[in-house]
Design a protein around this ligand. Structure first.
Ligand code: KG4
Ligand code: ZN
Length: 363
């Protein structure tokens, strides 16, 4: 059972082919990715219309590249999958349109995959794959969730952010510091030269007693700190670009403090969730899972407690087609693809807002 998967929810076009025959983890036969980062950089963030148009340009050439990598013709594809949501509506429609048209033209089954399920299952493609059940820390640009995962399609949400996502906190702080887009990698690079104790930033909801997060206050605290430093600088505040009044060291220090605050919140809440559920295995997924300080601190904390922790391969942390083809393959193996006849009204349908809980209800 070879499944061709398309990811186009935001600023990366990803295509991959997996072999989901048998019961073992689907095998990746090929995958290709085109990142739009350079195109959006000029605007300081993702421009949805430009993203959609670029997905149109990339999807089919990437599919050709994947088939070439796999050494297989299009006729060897048995089913097609695409990211149905959540994400940017126009961008999702491109992947959905291409995948559904391909499936329709060739009479193949097609499945719309939940983007977060893709992230959640992506560590199964790593050299050290997890086993069910596990606790998942899902940290991306749009979501921050702690989930109990019993199996494919069996997810229980235990906690989530009540405002910004962890990735958003990285991105917004990086923007304030003039570090550009995408903010996570840029901020974490700048932080390497900084002192994480130079300034005191809050740890919102650290002691809230639940497993929820809040990052909006952190962004405000960063703005206050940057304003304070800009006003005290010899050249005065260079409004509206406050960061221009800061020295490279001050920027590095603020970056290190923000990263330390976000990582402390993620690590402490994850460990609290492990203690509460009695789980002994943690899976970290989503773009922020690429952060090296987060990996370092989670590894150390989990080692102390005797927990196992699993990550996707670094290149599969951020958006990619492999995780979508994989999730489709694991759903196929679990018998979770809807019957063909009931799927017609799904075609070309996307869900820009799609809580993972809805997916569980369908499983
Ligand atoms: O999972 P992802 O590629 O897209 C979404 O589904 O949102 O995650 C993107 C997010 C962005 O906020 C980006 O800044 C963040 O992941 N990110 C990082 C790192 N690499 C990507 N954050 C911190 N450190 C990193 N190394
Ligand atoms: Zn994502």
């Amino acid at each position: 059972m070879r499944i061709l998967g398309f990811e186009s929810s935001c600023d990366e076009t990803g295509v991959a082919l997996v072999d989901a025959s048998g019961t073992g983890t689907p095998r990746l036969l090929g995958h290709a990715l085109y990142s739009q980062i350079e195109m959006h950089q000029a605007y300081g963030g993702v421009v949805p219309e430009l993203a959609s148009r670029d997905h149109i340009r990339r999807a089919l050439p990437l599919a050709d590249e994947v088939l070439t990598q796999a050494g297989l013709p299009l006729s060897a594809v048995d089913a097609v999958a695409y990211t149905r949501g959540p994400g940017l509506a126009g961008a999702l429609l491109v992947g959905s349109g291409v995948a559904c048209a391909m499936a329709f033209a060739r009479g193949l089954p097609v499945l719309g995959v939940h983007h977060l399920e893709g992230h959640l299952l992506s560590p199964f493609l790593s050299a050290d794959p997890p086993e069910f059940p596990f606790l998942a820390l899902l940290v991306s640009g749009g979501h921050t969730q702690i989930m109990r995962v019993e199996g494919v399609g069996r997810y229980e949400l235990l906690g989530e952010t009540i405002d910004d996502a962890a990735g958003e906190a990285f991105d917004k702080s990086a923007k304030l510091l003039g570090l550009g887009y995408p903010g996570g990698p840029a901020l974490s690079r700048a932080a390497q030269q900084g002192d994480p104790e130079a300034y005191r930033l809050p740890r919102p909801m650290l002691h809230s007693g639940d497993l929820d997060f809040s990052f909006a206050g952190l962004k405000t605290a960063v703005l206050t700190q940057v304003k304070r430093l800009a006003h005290a600088s010899p050249q005065g505040p260079a409004t509206p670009d406050l960061a221009k009044a800061l020295s490279a060291q001050q920027i590095a220090d603020v970056a290190a403090c923000v990263q330390a605050a976000i990582v402390e919140l993620l690590v402490k809440k994850s460990l609290k969730a492990m203690a509460q559920t009695g789980m002994r295995r943690l899976v970290v997924a989503g773009g922020v899972g690429a952060n090296s300080l987060l990996r370092e601190q989670l590894n150390a904390a989990c080692q102390t407690k005797g927990f196992r922790v699993h990550y996707p391969e670094l290149h599969l942390c951020t958006d990619n087609g492999a995780m979508i083809a994989l999730a489709a393959g694991m759903r196929w193996q679990a018998g979770l693809w809807p019957a063909q006849d009931s799927r017609h009204d799904d075609r070309f349908d996307v869900k820009p807002r799609w809580p993972l809980a809805d997916l569980v209800a369908q499983a």
